[in-house]
Design a protein around this ligand. Sequence first.
Ligand SMILES: C[S@@+](CC[C@H](N)C(=O)[O-])C[C@H]1O[C@@H](n2cnc3c(N)ncnc32)[C@H](O)[C@@H]1O
Length: 362
Amino acid sequence: MPNSNQLVKPNQVSLAVSGRLTETAYILPDGLTIDQWLAAGETLAQMENGIQWWWGDWLVYGEGNYPEDYSQGLSETLGITQESVRRLKWIAKVFPPYRRRYGVSWAHYAEVAAKEFTNDEQDEMLEGAEETGESQDDTRTRAKRKRKEKRLADLPDPPEYVGEFELDSIQVSDIELLDLPRASVDMIFTDPPYHEEYIDLYGKLAELAAHVLKTGAYLMTYCGKMYLPTIINTIEANGLEYIWTDAVFQPFSKSRISKHNIFENWRPIVVFKKPGDSKVREWVQDVVRGTREKDFHDWQQDEDAPRQYIPAYTFEGGIVLDPFVGGGTTPYVCKELGRHFLAFDKDVEAVKMSIARLSGHK
Ligand SMILES: C[S@@+](CC[C@H](N)C(=O)[O-])C[C@H]1O[C@@H](n2cnc3c(N)ncnc32)[C@H](O)[C@@H]1O
């Protein structure tokens, strides 16, 4: 194994400080010029970026030289967690010194270290981050998008709805093209997009619901709050009875409505019913505490709400429809709960992801 000196890029400078650093103090020498004082500041900034690399290289050295003894009590001795030890070492190994550049932080490297990426892809993302001064969060988003593209490329093309469907299938289709049997569905649990340009979709959803729901069956749909009155009126105009508005509490949400200075921390699910006798099985609370889940779709909802409401409004073996399936949350929960599902989305990638999720992809 080459030693770290041999691997360091020739243009990397060694760090030295004027004065003395102790555990709790930096004792500067008298008489520094302003340039020397500024240079010392730069060195401190470089040290901040370097510390994780130093730990990582130190751990890799220990592992290489004392494989038997090195891990014993390491995290207790140093006061760093096992997880940090593992992570520091992992990043240092993925990016040996000759692959490191000064212009991006260690945290940027951590964002692109995933093993799905080739060295060239990692270098390209880091180069981009350095050139544009991209934040760590933006690098994370870019890496996530790229990972998703790679995952999608490996998945088979999903089935397209052309007038036929099977129970427990997810197919590509615009809601407008769905032609499902009348009074065949026990519940709709869904989540159309919320922006103004999508408001018409709630009309289409209502038409579909009025046609496919059995008598007394429920439609539950997430929606934004901005157009709530319009949405409720539109759905009622199609012959469904407005019942309630449930809330998914999202304390983790960072969403804000700048126009009205509002931090947004809950999401409505409006509940409607096709007129007639209902077969509601269980009492339910009208608030669910959500968890942030975005692994399969950027607009993915948590599993907690369907897990609470689907068993309340359907029997085992009942059929639940989701015409805007996104990342597949509704079918995923239906499968877990022993309900049949019919799911559609016009976006091919969303359907691919949903099918992969159902077959156990992480
Ligand atoms: C908010 S997302 C659903 C997220 C889903 N609840 C989840 O947990 O992953 C809305 C979905 O509606 C889909 N969509 C938008 N317009 C549509 C249309 N006209 N027909 C069918 N699907 C549509 C989008 O592609 C998107 O995947």
